[in-house]
Design a protein around this ligand. Structure first.
Ligand SMILES: [Zn+2]
Length: 453
């Protein structure tokens, strides 16, 4: 197998991928409204310069998507490199540099989208251009898509392509954004490759009671009934469900940890809720990491909006809470309804919103996952890649409708807490070193995979 080091001038590639990313960051694709057509046109122009004819598709005026393909001999199924070009809003006065500047300062590139996920789009595009320039003989088509609207659910982006143009993007595997790029466990750093994603099952909880004059209080008050149900829900531990990805995540990390940490991590899988809670509390992780571990093993229910009553001296007949619920892969609306019912009892109504989405899971123990871990270890000796679950949602939920196995993998070295957790945050930025590191890893993964039957 030809090594990437021999065939590519990586100093030139570094300059080029930085410049591609700067160009993307300078385009304001804040969603809403999105206006991703400017990013689609920009990418299309870069593709044409290298003789790749892109397909630009507008799902609605200004909602631009771009797809490109390098043809193979067709002896094996395609690989899809996927990314979104929209970004979440930024508050410029909270930033040290303007969020659409694309400034490079001391080896760091600044801008909204620098980690979510114009960085990935730039790296994937760079890899596509390199594979084309090198004229590699491919056994699998290499497909690239940069889509609109991920941050608002993907209706004008990935979902539009899946519904309207499935043949353009159908693939066996896709590489997508992931959850955390790395997991810092005590003194040990793991690379994360997301192979599962939770679904969402939002519902209303509604309590009824006897209306009346507030000067004559009684206990059949809808507000009290609802409050009691919410307190129970808030303190309950829902049943544990161990999916393959999370079992693999925990067991693989455990194998590479010091013995005391290893034993404690394994106890996180205990069927005894008290043993599990204690083990999670003792993990050498920040609070957010502990909550993520819990959420990886349970469906979650989080009340977020309350409403009842319209006048202070009237006892309302009804009170309502809206609850954001995230369900694990393989769980259904009926499953989470039964879990909630067991906690709140029969006194309140549970009414699900339309559009419950199932979680999704690829087989983590797959040839592409193993190639990724091998390439990571070559570039970062001793580094271990572990499967992981995304507790939120990405465009993967649309792409899996085509039977595609989606792996969420952003190869970035851990550069300390100040450079972590920057997605959707102020001062979003990425280092030039990591952009090159990620491009090299993507290149090795993609070029080897697409030349393999
Ligand atoms: Zn994203």
């Amino acid at each position: 197998m030809t090594s990437s080091i021999d065939t590519v001038n990586w100093a030139d590639v570094q300059n080029e991928v930085v410049s591609i990313l700067q160009g993307l960051l300078r385009l304001d694709t804040t969603n809403p409204p999105g206006n991703e057509i400017i990013a689609a046109d920009y990418i299309a122009e870069l593709l044409r310069k290298d003789g790749i004819e892109p397909t630009v598709l507008e799902s609605a005026p200004t909602r631009g998507n771009v797809v490109a393909r390098l043809k193979s001999d067709g002896s094996a199924p395609p690989l899809l490199l996927m990314g979104h070009t929209d970004v979440v809003p930024a508050e410029p006065d909270k930033w040290e540099r303007p969020p659409f500047s694309g400034d490079v300062v001391d080896g760091v590139i600044w801008g909204r989208g620098a980690t979510d996920m114009k960085n990935v789009v730039a790296m994937e595009l760079m890899v596509l251009l390199l594979v084309k320039r090198l004229g590699l003989p491919l056994k699998r088509d290499l497909v690239f898509m940069a889509t609109a609207d991920e941050e608002v659910g993907g209706k004008y982006g990935a979902k539009f392509l899946v519904d309207q143009h499935p043949d353009l993007i159908r693939a066996e595997y896709a590489i997508n954004e992931g959850g955390p790029t790395s997991i810092v466990f005590g003194d040990t750093v793991f690379f994360a490759c997301s192979t599962a994603e939770k679904g969402a099952a939002r519902f209303r909880l509604r309590a009824k009671g006897a209306p009346g004059h507030a000067s004559l209080p009684h206990t059949d008050n809808a507000v009290l009934h609802l409050a009691e149900a919410l307190v129970k829900l808030g303190h309950a531990r829902l049943p544990m469900h161990v999916i393959g990805t999370v079992k693999g995540h925990i067991e693989m990390m455990a194998r590479h940890l010091p013995v005391d940490q290893r034993d404690n991590l394994i106890r996180v899988l205990s069927e005894d809720p008290d043993v599990q809670a204690e083990a999670i509390a003792r993990l050498p992780l920040p609070d957010s990491g502990k909550r993520r571990m819990y959420a990886s093993l349970h469906n979650t229910v989080t009340p977020t909006i309350l409403s009842a009553g319209s006048k202070i001296n009237v006892i309302p007949g009804e009170a309502e809470a809206r609850v954001d619920s995230r369900i694990l892969p393989h769980q259904t609306q009926a499953d989470i309804e039964a879990e909630v019912r067991a906690i709140v009892g029969d006194g309140v109504d549970i009414e699900f919103y339309e559009g419950v989405s199932r979680g999704l899971e690829a087989n983590w123990d797959s040839p592409l996952f193993h190639l990724i871990s091998q390439v990571v270890a070559e570039h970062e000796p001793g580094a271990v890649t572990v499967p992981a679950l995304i507790t939120g949602g990405t465009d993967a939920k649309s792409v899996v409708q085509l039977g595609t196995q989606v792996l969420g993998f952003i190869p970035m070295r851990y550069e300390g807490p100040a450079m972590s957790g920057l997605a959707h945050n102020h001062n979003e930025r990425v280092s030039v070193a990591n952009l090159l590191f990620g491009t090299q890893i993507y290149f090795d993964v993609v070029s080897r995979w697409c030349q393999r039957a």
